[in-house]
Design a protein around this ligand. Structure first.
Ligand code: GLY
Length: 368
């Protein structure tokens, strides 16, 4: 008999774990009141560890690069299992600078990446326009990251749900997780040999030991669509630095364009603010004036699961309880590597020490 696992959380991490765990022979149950409706549904879908690299976060960069390496096979296998595309685009990413100080910041990023041996190409303003004619504002050049991809997050979630359509689903909220046992908000319990906690920003509410470790980090996203006659979206993902602020523009196959994202420490608030929408539109329009002609289709906010060091927590929290959370800005990017690590953990392997779920517990007062 296969051993049993209950996965708490039906975002991209939980769904990927369900899919890979079933394929590895586990008998899996999913617990989530509304799968595929949280941060994974809101996301922009950048798979951009190089573009978002930050000094001091080298192990996160290495994990992201490893996950990008896995993405093509993960997407192909998922498409085969689901019968629909997983939405991967391998057109690359460019980063553009709006003014001289933004350019200086990109030069610092280029030297940092160069010191790590990562591939980036420095672009003059003219090179940017040749590659992406939609970039029409007076930009001060940029960088090309051909190995940073993107995915249509909603196509991805649809594919994952199809791929696990045979997995039993308990459509209830979890209130508490323990080794081998999930207490539901209704008072019922679900038992299994192993519980995998993958509840994103809610992980700290469901697992008391993580209550001071995982926090919600709000992000607002806008979805636009090119109207007839408007200049089409860029082919690559475009990330821009505009007066020191970051904005990204992620194209979709259907002519859609996703703009993101703001970042606030605002608890579990998911309201969309006028200021957030204004800043995203103003910064995006500064580098791509044509968006003024686009249809504004959707404004939405989600909650990233932040951890104190921005790295996810993956591995045993105690026997019978595995954790896969804290992916912060990188849940979609890190889904393939996380699912593989969790399935390997279930089979007895040790995930990297840098991801140990207990690494923050001794330093976080009141967490034990
Ligand atoms: N990965 C981009 C974001 O979290 O906004």
């Amino acid at each position: 008999m296969p051993r049993t696992v209950v996965v708490v959380g039906g975002g991209v991490i939980g769904l990927s774990i369900c899919w890979r765990a079933v394929a590895a022979g586990w008998s899996v149950t999913l617990v989530d009141p509304a799968p595929a409706s949280g941060a994974s549904y809101v996301a922009g879908g950048m798979l951009a560890p190089i573009t978002e690299a930050w000094p001091g976060e080298e192990s996160l960069l290495a994990l992201g690069v490893e996950s990008v390496r896995l993405w093509p096979s993960y997407a192909a296998e998922l498409a085969a299992a689901a019968g629909v595309s997983a939405g991967l685009r391998k057109d690359g990413t460019i980063v553009v600078a709006a003014d001289g100080s933004d350019r200086a910041e990109l030069d610092r990023l280029a030297s940092y990446l160069d010191s790590l041996g990562r591939r980036v190409e420095v672009l003059r303003a003219r090179d940017v326009r040749v590659r992406e004619p939609a970039i029409g504002g007076p930009v001060r050049g940029g960088l090309a990251m051909p190995d940073d991809y993107s995915v249509d997050n909603r196509q991805l979630l649809d594919a994952l749900r199809r791929a696990i359509s045979g997995v039993p689903h308990v459509a209830e909220a979890a209130a508490d997780v323990r080794a081998g046992r999930v207490l539901l908000a209704s008072g019922r319990t679900v038992e299994a040999d192993v519980v995998v906690l993958a509840a994103g920003a809610w992980s700290g509410q469901i697992c008391r030991r993580l209550s001071k470790v995982i926090r919600p980090v709000k992000g607002e996203i806008l979805r636009l669509r090119a109207r007839v006659g408007a200049v089409g979206p860029p082919r690559r993902t475009v990330r821009a630095l505009v007066g020191g602020r970051h904005v990204y523009l992620v194209p979709r196959d259907d002519g859609g364009l996703v703009l993101g994202a703001t970042q606030y420490e605002a608890g579990f608030d998911t309201t969309v603010t006028v200021g957030g929408v204004r800043d995203l539109l103003a910064d995006a329009e500064r580098v791509m004036p044509a968006i003024g002609e686009y249809e504004l289709v959707e404004c939405i906010a989600g909650l990233r699961p932040g951890s104190p060091d921005n790295r996810p927590l993956v591995g045993w929290l105690e026997p019978g309880l595995v954790v896969a959370t804290g992916h912060h800005r990188n849940g979609i990017l890190l889904a393939p590597v996380t699912a593989d690590l969790v399935v390997a953990t279930l089979a007895g392997a040790d995930p990297p020490d840098s991801l140990r779920p207990d690494r923050h517990l001794s330093s976080v007062k009141g967490s034990q």
